[in-house]
Design a protein around this ligand. Sequence first.
Ligand SMILES: Cc1cc2nc3c(=O)[nH]c(=O)nc-3n(C[C@H](O)[C@H](O)[C@H](O)COP(=O)(O)OP(=O)(O)OC[C@H]3O[C@@H](n4cnc5c(N)ncnc54)[C@H](O)[C@@H]3O)c2cc1C
Length: 396
Amino acid sequence: MEYDIVIIGGGLAGLSFACSMMDADIKILVVEKRQLALLSDPQEDGREIALAHLAVNLLKKMGVWQLIPADVISPLKSARIFDGDSPTFLNVSSQHHVNDELGYLIPNNKICKALYNRAKQAKNIEIITDIMVDDINRQDTCSQLSLANGEYIKAKLVIAADSRFSTIRRKMGIPALIKDFSKVMVVSSMKHEKPHNNIALEYFQYGRTLALLPMIGNTSSIVITVATDKADAILKQSESEFNQDITQTLKAEFGEMELQGERHAYPLVGVYSQTLISHRFALIGDAAVGMHPVTAYGANLGLRGQQILASTLKNALQNGDDIGSINVLKSYESKQINLTRLMYFGTNGIVALFTNDTPVVKQIRKIALKIAAHFPPIKHLIAHHLNNTKISKFLP
Ligand SMILES: Cc1cc2nc3c(=O)[nH]c(=O)nc-3n(C[C@H](O)[C@H](O)[C@H](O)COP(=O)(O)OP(=O)(O)OC[C@H]3O[C@@H](n4cnc5c(N)ncnc54)[C@H](O)[C@@H]3O)c2cc1C
């Protein structure tokens, strides 16, 4: 079998890249290890993805936004950040008009389902599921992939979108900087009695952080970040213990809190690949840059990155250039590094500042929040970033 492009991984990055290439006159194959039923109708995974306007516009252009049911899209009006028991908070809202949204919160599985449905409409995209890529053997004019079922596939270009724990990246001998935060995010959906008014809240308590992300109706996504050794205790709490814990932690600000469905745990590991390309090969999504989720950039940057790669390749096709050549791919790499490097390392720095509870760091954090709250240029800078490139669920 021969294709122009093979995409390994049918998650948010892999499928959005396929959708971005659906108008190109080339043959594309997506190889996904999950079963078809899980790809076509993914299960709820607790991830509420905050999408900034730019990402939303990209999804609209791809014809994907239109396939996301309106009743799962929750507008985010503003975000408030609290430190310890201090009543001071940093309020981040749209720079333009008080009533403008900062962005939208959407369950990850609904975005992925819409991406799959859109990709299925394309004549030039084939999707195979329940299969792994075993190896990639690069040659001068093509890459040869061997699949776990013994079949071989040839492609001019292979794109790996196989998550931050990318095995393909490793097989290709590409090193990555990996930052283990030794923390776990426990996410769940909870109903409450009082409205959230579409405001996200982040409490930096000592020992753990708690965020509320406004979903549709009186429901919020609750995100608890704790040290890895404390996560199990939260996951093992009975429903009523958990409800009581969150109600009390929030000082009943939203009335009684009631768990809906499962609690999901995500170990916090950041990844920055040392190179994003090599001959007939490119990395996208979390496989290229796996952000700490606290600043909610991952999917936003993944969407931007795949769009940069897609337009680079479309230009190359128009000019009759080889889409697998390093010269073509270099342009994608340098743009994506420019877009992500500062955000990745900046986010890690902010995480260090906001999750370290030594007395000195606590003091610095208080000062940082006060300065940001009382110094409009800093706040505007934050809001500007939120409105244009990304959305911070939690952090200044
Ligand atoms: C708790 C949490 C909250 C988040 N919130 C936000 C947010 O608010 N905003 C935001 O922008 N981002 C957020 N993110 C980040 C966002 O979820 C990720 O950036 C995004 O989902 C990454 O997409 P991806 O396609 O690169 O990787 P993944 O979603 O991990 O998909 C990888 C795919 O590759 C497949 N695969 C893996 N290996 C192989 C193989 N060898 N062969 C074939 N297929 C393979 C997998 O089955 C999977 O389908 C959050 C993340 C977490 C954990």
